[in-house]
Design a protein around this ligand. Structure first.
Ligand SMILES: Cc1cc2nc3c(=O)[nH]c(=O)nc-3n(C[C@H](O)[C@H](O)[C@H](O)COP(=O)(O)O)c2cc1C
Length: 238
């Protein structure tokens, strides 16, 4: 029975040189085309993540307070050593999924660590459309086709440090994907605000999630949303 599977020697011998030639041709092709071998491990480029969070722009915890509990330190995630907020958790997911470069916005003069003081200053900046001085930046933007913008919703719109970032950095020709955390608001006037700040960009619908969501859940929900909206790494098409 098994013998039926073997070809007779009289058939194999005449075609053996041809079979060997085909095998060597295959090896040569791979060696001449190194991109084929490296495609799976080269991280996707062309994607930038810019995010703003209060907890990364805080002048320091108030005297006698060991840790800050806010939506950026969700209590359900407050395990030892975890100081990551939801915006940062989602940015980290984007870094891993898109091979993105991540830039966290830093202000020259951070907000007060007392919530009420920070809130009053932030609202004043929004009402007066004040310019907020920022330190550092993501560097040259030429190589990026997609820019994810992450922020908490403040006053129904963008936090002013994000507005200042967008005024200082030209995102023309790029696709902008907003992602936000909230305490009840939808995206509200944010799409309009982004169109006015970035008139030459393509702005997609934004992802928006309750601030109290656990880090892993927020990252997972955002991943699902990206798939549903066919927002893929550039190497996989737009
Ligand atoms: C100045 C200020 C304005 C805010 N305005 C809104 C708002 O309009 N809608 C909303 O859902 N949440 C609003 N929030 C709540 C933020 O979205 C919330 O603080 C954020 O989701 C959690 O991030 P944080 O811990 O960094 O503050 C506001 C918070 C601040 C400080």
């Amino acid at each position: 029975m098994l013998n039926r599977c073997f070809m007779p020697k009289s058939f194999i011998l005449p075609v053996l040189p041809a079979i060997l030639a085909m095998l060597f041709a295959g090896c040569k092709k791979s060696a001449e085309n190194p991109t084929m071998a490296t495609e799976a491990v080269v991280p996707t480029s062309g994607t930038l993540v810019v995010y703003f969070s209060w907890t990364e722009n805080m002048a320091g915890p108030p005297a006698g307070v060991q840790a800050v509990t806010s939506a950026t330190y969700p209590p359900n995630d407050n395990v030892a050593g975890n100081r990551m907020g939801n915006i940062e958790a989602m940015a980290t997911m984007l870094r891993d999924r898109f091979g993105a470069y991540v830039h966290s916005i830093h202000m020259d003069k951070p907000y007060d660590s007392v919530y009420e003081k920070m809130h009053d200053r932030a609202i004043d900046e929004i009402r007066k459309d004040r310019e907020v001085a920022l330190s550092g930046g993501p560097g040259a933007l030429d190589g990026y086709g997609t820019v994810f913008l992450g922020f908490p919703i403040w006053g129904g719109g963008l936090p002013q440090p994000m507005v200042s970032f967008l005024k200082a950095n030209d995102l023309s020709g790029k696709r902008i994907v907003p992602f936000a955390i909230n305490l009840g608001s939808g995206m509200g006037r944010i799409p309009k605000q982004l169109s006015s700040l970035c008139p030459n960009s393509t702005i997609t619908e934004g992802f928006n999630i309750a601030a109290a969501t656990a880090n892993a859940e927020a990252a997972e929900a955002f991943t699902k949303w990206l798939d549903e909206h066919h927002i893929l790494p550039e190497s996989q098409g737009k």
